[in-house]
Design a protein. Sequence first.
Length: 362
Amino acid sequence: MAKHVVTLIPGDGIGPEITTAMRRVVDATGVDIEWEIADAGEHVMAEYGTPLPEHVIEACRRNKVAIKGPVTTPVGTGFRSVNVALRKELDLYVNLRPAFSIPGTGARYEDVDIVIVRENTEDLYAGIEFEEGAPETAELIRFCAEKGVGTIRPDSGISLKPISITGSERIVRYAFEYALANGRKKVTAVHKANILKYSDGLYLDVARKVAAEYEGRVEFEDRIVDMTCMGLVLYPEQFDVVVLPNLYGDIVSDLAAGLIGGLGMAPGANIGAECAVFEPVHGSAPKYAGKDMANPTAEILTAVLMLKHLGEFDAAEKILAGVKTVLAEGVSVTYDIKRTNTGSTDGAVGTQAYADAIIATF
Ligand code: NAP
């Protein structure tokens, strides 16, 4: 029996290509993983009537560790995003998105090393939505008027932004524990508490209380989200671990991906108390599907996070070193890296050839 059994969800669009490249790179390190393939996404809807069949969720629960490619969110079908559903079903409350500079990507900055810790279950992503014109929306509008909470135009759609003490406490605590375990110096809690007093205000209160427990061990600061965005662009080196509620986390992590060379470079992990699902930040980039063009770096760096989670530190380091070598050489790189480095995609290699170049460094 293999040392680790990992659920592999190839996904849609470029997912199958980049997960194949990732798997080849991971297997080439010699680490003992049995991959259990579980298909989810738009392409399984005809067969199962849903993009996220129950057996896929079960496979993640059983193996406790899964890695996935991106999944297309079907538009206008009434199905919620597979990613959001998986995070909810498995209570994967942490979305960890490290953004660190690797020379050779053509990124605008060279010294970025930020870990974004995004809350994954609450906030405007909780999925509590009131459609414009629906009777329950009218009732909510009436309720707010009657209670003197505020006036909402009758032709409004409404999304609720719940933020709890429980949700805030566990995500901020995770950020501090991550900082301690990884030799990080500072945690920045990001919010808009000056305007959103009862949701972000509560988050900030909780963050300050949790931070007090780590005083003297990890530095703490809080920043307003708009100022955070400006600060990240002006002086990204000032940021270390950044913990945010769900929506700001989503936006700011894409900003952070931009600092390090784009979405093709940004890995991610969804972590809960019971299991973890690893996935890159980017989507299924359908226009590149089947073309052997997409950059698998984000998926491969996602596997690096997974290997560390599995305690396979040597394999993780080997892959990271290989990625750094190939990018620094700048020869066997995909179209997006060529484009940022030279202004043209001429001479770019395909997804699998890039993986071959990494494997050749082992
Ligand atoms: P996207 O798939 O991330 O692609 C947007 C653009 O980013 C691409 O056109 C490409 O830019 C660049 N890019 C993304 N991944 C890349 C890679 N591996 N290598 C090189 N370039 C890459 O975003 P989208 O088009 O908005 O979303 C497509 C679908 O994915 C949607 O259905 C969305 O819901 C879904 N999605 C899924 C996840 C997930 O599964 N976790 C996350 C986000 C979005 P250039 O064309 O400029 O080169």
